[in-house]
Design a protein around this ligand. Structure first.
Ligand SMILES: Nc1ncnc2c1ncn2[C@@H]1O[C@H](COP(=O)(O)OP(=O)(O)OP(=O)(O)O)[C@@H](O)[C@H]1O
Ligand SMILES: O=P(O)(O)OC[C@H]1O[C@H](OP(=O)(O)OP(=O)(O)O)[C@H](O)[C@@H]1O
Length: 213
């Protein structure tokens, strides 16, 4: 039975290579240099499908892929329906933060009960965070370059991923609140786990043994 694994290009693909290797899986080509969306491997029974990071849960949910790797950010926004999430892979680590332009008094704005305009690619996470704090917000959905929003008056604050802090610094922004720690997780289609147990379980075990510390 063929095993289909959904991965996104870039950091998740790079950081997944050692995990795949631990399961005896070596991609036939690199997605960065290939235009192919289905990539074979050294194992005739295993193929990779290359999708947008935020589409990984959807492919696995509907069984178009048996396994996938997705960030906790993406999984929260997706909702996780139909997905078994057996393993935190401890890769693509970063933090979900609230950030504002240097000089913007975030504490004062929150204390005074001002209605905040918040730009983000992660409306679910942002909404829950501010609801828990009792802060009223207008969420402005963006698909990238969140850091620009406060600089041009689109938003008072952003909710975005921060790793080195380099992007915030380069754009005169500062983090003011930590929301959650993010890493990527293995997701498995629940029906596939039953139907293809003999193929999937050894891959899960190999990944579990190769998770970076
Ligand atoms: N700077 C970062 N450092 C570490 N991990 C990150 C960083 N930015 C994002 N991630 C994690 O890696 C995952 C994939 O990020 P990537 O940049 O490859 O896709 P994306 O451009 O956010 O997604 P899409 O293509 O769906 O818009 C994110 O969902 C997140 O969990
Ligand atoms: O703290 P840093 O190390 O600077 O990382 C943070 C940046 O990384 C992510 O963007 P990414 O690199 O994925 O770019 P993209 O959203 O355009 O894909 C995130 O959206 C931030 O912009």
């Amino acid at each position: 039975m063929t095993l289909t694994i959904a991965l996104s290009k870039g950091r998740i693909f790079e950081e997944t290579l050692p995990l795949l290797a631990a399961a005896g899986i070596v991609p036939a080509e690199a997605p960065e240099s290939s235009r192919k969306l289905i990539i074979g491997t050294n194992r005739p029974d295993v193929r990779l499908v290359i999708v947008r990071a935020s589409d990984v849960p959807t492919y696995v949910q509907y069984g178009a892929a048996d396994l996938g790797i997705a960030g906790r950010d993406v999984l929260i926004e997706h909702g996780g329906a139909g997905l078994y999430q057996p393993l935190d892979l401890n890769i693509a680590k970063c933090k979900m933060m609230v950030a504002v332009e240097n000089g913007f008094d975030y504490e004062a704005a929150v204390k005074h009960g001002a209605r905040l305009k918040v730009a983000t690619k992660y409306p679910q996470i942002a909404r829950e965070h501010f609801a828990a704090k009792g802060v009223h917000v207008d969420i402005i959905k963006l698909y990238g370059s969140m850091e620009l929003a406060p600089l041009v008056g689109l938003a008072d604050a952003i909710v975005d991923l921060v790793s080195t802090g380099g992007t915030l610094k380069a754009n005169n922004l500062q983090a003011v609140e930590h929301i959650i720690d993010i890493s990527s997780r293995l997701v498995v289609n629940q029906a596939a786990l039953k139907l293809k147990y003999d193929t999937i379980q050894p891959v899960l075990d190999a990944f579990a043994g190769a998770v970076p510390q």
